[in-house]
Design a protein around this ligand. Structure first.
Ligand SMILES: C[S@@+](CC[C@H](N)C(=O)[O-])C[C@H]1O[C@@H](n2cnc3c(N)ncnc32)[C@H](O)[C@@H]1O
Length: 269
């Protein structure tokens, strides 16, 4: 479909794998929202936009609490999964739309939540501008990430092979490892970042080298989607050989202990 915007990564093809491979537990999100509400950084009720909602992970807990949730994503299959998780009585709707052109009036929302989106959009600043447009005066934009969830040894090895092939830029938008670009852009729009300590909100999951390799074979990890086919195939072959030779081989498991990293942006004044 032609678009007036730059490239953005739709997750429709990986939707069936999404929740199994990128999961933030609802209990952790409830703990996060409790803390934000107690700090006066999140409204106790109202209409919430989940921008780039995916399968609804970060906003379904809000729907459960009685908020009116509108989630938007360009990937129809992700939206379908989000909608399927809604329970009767919840005021939540998930729909296909580009966050750079939301079908919403100005100042339509009491808060915006956004997780792991901007790195998947080349002109991510347009998404920020649009989110600012739909936020009512004073509404927060809550930026949520899960840290230390994706550093499995196999994935690190693969990334190193890709970088060794001369490919340094893996994401379309800002590198998720740093929020410096986002903070600077929002500051230029008059939105201040309010730091909120959340690193104690952590969880655990176990994963095997074989699982990660399967994901790489099926190309489910978005930061590698734009790596040329030949480079990808070579890095995968190297990584497979390395993983098989490691003690424990493909059955080797790792316990991952991700935690939340949350930033709140609010208009100054
Ligand atoms: C890593 S997933 C994050 C999904 C969800 N926010 C979460 O935390 O689980 C990134 C999502 O952004 C969506 N996306 C990418 N570009 C978009 C755009 N321009 N407008 C709306 N959604 C977009 C993708 O389809 C994908 O579902």
């Amino acid at each position: 479909m032609p678009t007036r915007f730059g490239l953005a990564s739709s997750f429709s093809t990986v939707a069936p794998h999404y929740d199994a491979t990128r999961h933030i537990p609802a209990a952790s999100l409830h703990a996060c929202y409790d803390r934000l509400i107690a700090a006066g950084l999140f409204p106790g009720h109202g209409r919430i936009c989940d921008a780039g909602c995916g399968t609804g992970q970060i906003s379904l807990p809000l729907a459960e609490r009685g908020y009116m949730v509108a989630g938007y994503d360009i990937a129809a299959e992700m939206v379908r999964l989000a909608q399927a998780k809604c329970r009767s009585g919840w005021q939540a709707s998930y729909a296909v739309a580009d966050v750079r052109a939301l079908p919403e009036a100005d100042a339509a929302f009491d808060a915006i939540v956004v997780s792991k989106l901007f790195m998947h959009i080349a002109d991510w600043e347009l998404a920020c501008r649009e989110l600012i447009r739909v936020a009512r005066p004073g509404a927060p934009l809550v930026h949520i990430r899960d840290r230390d969830a994706y550093g499995q040894a196999v994935r690190r090895h693969f990334t190193n092979r890709i970088r060794a092939a001369g490919i340094d830029t893996l994401f379309l938008g800002p590198d998720p490892g740093s929020s410096a670009e986002l903070v600077a852009f929002m500051a230029a729009q008059g939105w201040t970042r309010i730091p909120v300590a959340m690193s104690d909100i952590a969880w655990r999951f176990e994963t095997s080298a074989g699982d990660t390799l399967r994901g790489l074979r099926e190309r489910i990890f978005a930061e590698f989607w734009y790596v040329p086919e030949a480079v990808y195939a070579q890095a995968l072959a190297d990584t497979e050989a390395w993983a098989e030779a490691e003690p424990g081989g493909l059955d080797r498991t790792e316990i991952m202990t991700p935690h939340l990293a949350v930033e709140v942006f609010r208009p100054e004044g």
